[in-house]
Unconditional design. Sequence first.
Length: 357
Amino acid sequence: MTDAASTTAESQSEDRPLVFISHRHADKEIADVIRSFVIGRSGGRVEVFQSSEAAGATGPRPGLSLRSELVSNLWRASVVVLVYTTEDKDWSFCMWECGVATRPGSPDTRIILFQCGRKSPSIFEDQVRVVVTSPTDVHRFTSDLMTSDDFFPQYRRPICPGFQPDSPFVESAARELFDALQRVLPQGDDVAEWPPYPYVKLKLDAAHVERVKSEEPGSRLAATCEVLESAVVVDADREAARIFGMPDIPPATAFGELIHAWRDRFPNAEPRWLEGLSTQVMDAAQWQFPSLRWELMRGMDRNDGAWYAPVLNFVRRREGAMEFDVYFDKFNVDPATNSVEIGVPQLESRPSAAGAP
């Protein structure tokens, strides 16, 4: 592309940023939802290129080379949204589009992966993605799109000025997008997932992870307990919210708020469950397999007679920050003996060796 064309592309992006939706033709309905949402909620201040849609978006022009049209729009795109469904399909063309958008010499382009199934492309393993079945992820995308001044690298201002990330307007928009996406997701095993036990995903920034790693061994556990209060709840289901006495857990809630609520509810109880969870996080922060330590806790729902043990089940590390998937495994306690009900398998009896007592 010539310098003049590059200058034109940059001025167009500064005037009205372009979102390029990269998708397989079979996933057109998902792309339609994203296109309609971006154009509608931006009040037309954002242009959308969607090759499968001629009426409601910018698309390839008749009589011109499709590849050259794609390259031209990828070059000036501020954001490329990659719609990714199932890994058993051919994604070579979408990967090519992402490569063109980010090749050296092109204007800054942000790639946002909309993960519509259980897995994402390996090339995006270390990138924060939008898991479309997660209300928290969809809310974060909506908030960034509408209120962030750096969502579009070349635009440098929010497209919905005057709105705050936690405003009712943004909350309503996020619910609209989430609900619309759920209606068009492909049906099948690849997107049929749900946590069998209450679940939260916690995130520690790089500075807090480094603090855990740098503490002296004798004080490392106490430091981890303290650091966990600053962890951000990235995602949580309603059952986890119920354990902590809430109808839901808003995005970006500090885990410390949940800890304090539990302590207020049970002021005379030792939060041994927090120490047990901290032990697991402490090991994982040092990139070691966690020591499984089950410490039971009561849920704050008065109608729930079960006990829960937070167990660290999955760990991610991205640019120094770390995410921890924590499941609250459920246990029944026998009040008569104050013991946990658990089945023990029948062990096969083995004959004693000759001469053994």
